[in-house]
Design a protein around this ligand. Structure first.
Ligand SMILES: NC(=O)C1=CN([C@@H]2O[C@H](COP(=O)(O)OP(=O)(O)OC[C@H]3O[C@@H](n4cnc5c(N)ncnc54)[C@H](OP(=O)(O)O)[C@@H]3O)[C@@H](O)[C@H]2O)C=CC1
Ligand SMILES: O=C(O)[C@@H]1CCC=N1
Length: 264
């Protein structure tokens, strides 16, 4: 596979790391205007770093765009005349609708909208996908790429903003929960390193109970909460302080903000 990542910042570099680790590509172009910070990636034999988006597009079939929303339109215009039947355009751009991409590239272009997260760098991204009519025939290719870098699901485009909050912003939400648990563990007497290890591994264990076991979270909670025990005491106190409510409110606040940004 010949892949180009147009815009190698936080997300673009995370995708590149995942692809390199997986050995997915025959060639991988990485672009940004100021290439200094990513030049060392050329140490990987099949990676080419350039500020020239047009060169990257000419030499690649799959084009993954990971620039800021306000940078995207001009870049699409810059490379539009180079696109051909074999190109698959994969956008990761928040709030940028397929309709708007089609208005620049035409409806005859294979367009896929994706929403991965930064865990793609370690092959654990939850990625949501949707496509335009033309791109639907190539969505299996996108699924294959993103399933190699975690898990993917196909969703309706109208849910893409919600997916951004749950999956992309979700990384930050879960990090804060792990960090808060770590701080609790430090207060109980563990050193910072031990505390973080305990917090993150317990988090991974809880997620895996659901992923591999297929149970509802409350079934797993019931197994841990001894009657009159310490778990239910702590859990109920967390809920009195608004744990579930604050998470839900935070998710809705993010969603309202993302809709404001998209309307601009
Ligand atoms: N960060 C995240 O967790 C997620 C982000 N997204 C979306 O992904 C996109 C990128 O986000 P993020 O990685 O955080 O943003 P960054 O600002 O970190 O990365 C954007 C990159 O684009 C490069 N760039 C800007 N203009 C051009 C250009 N004309 N040609 C080539 N490269 C260019 C910039 O480098 P330079 O200035 O050197 O050109 C920069 O490295 C956004 O649309 C965001 O909404 C989606 C899911 C998760
Ligand atoms: O915070 C943001 O707006 C972007 C979208 C998802 C992750 N980063």
């Amino acid at each position: 596979m010949k892949i180009a990542i147009i815009g190698t910042g936080n997300l673009g570099l995370s995708i590149a790391k995942g692809l390199i680790k997986n050995n997915t590509t025959t060639s991988l172009y990485l672009t940004k205007r100021n290439t200094e910070s990513i030049e060392n990636w050329e140490e990987y034999g099949n990676v080419k770093v350039t500020a020239d988006n047009r060169e990257a597009v000419k030499k690649s079939d799959i084009l993954i765009f990971a620039v800021q929303p306000n940078q995207f339109e001009s870049i699409l215009k810059e490379i539009n005349d180079l696109l051909h039947e074999n190109h698959v355009v994969i956008s990761t751009i928040t709030g940028f609708k397929i309709e708007r991409m089609e208005s620049i590239l035409g409806s005859d272009t294979n367009i896929i909208r994706s929403m991965p997260n930064t865990a793609i760098s370690v092959g654990k991204s939850m990625t949501c996908l949707c496509a335009n009519e033309k791109g639907k025939k190539r969505i299996q290719l996108a699924e294959a790429i993103f399933n190699g870098l975690g898990t993917s699901i196909i969703i309706e485009e109208r849910l893409m903003q919600a997916a951004t909050v749950i999956c992309a912003s979700g990384i930050a939400f879960w990090m804060r929960l792990i960090r808060a648990t770590t701080q609790g563990a430090i207060q109980l007497g563990f050193d910072a390193e031990e505390a973080q290890q305990m917090a993150m591994q317990t988090c991974a264990g809880a997620a895996n109970l659901l992923i591999q076991g297929g149970n509802h979270p409350e079934q797993e909670i019931d197994k841990v909460t001894t009657p009159r025990g310490c778990t239910i005491e702590g859990l109920n106190e967390m809920e009195h302080q608004g744990l579930s409510s604050s998470l839900i409110r935070g998710i809705v606040a993010s969603f309202n903000k993302i809709n404001q940004i998209a309307e601009k």
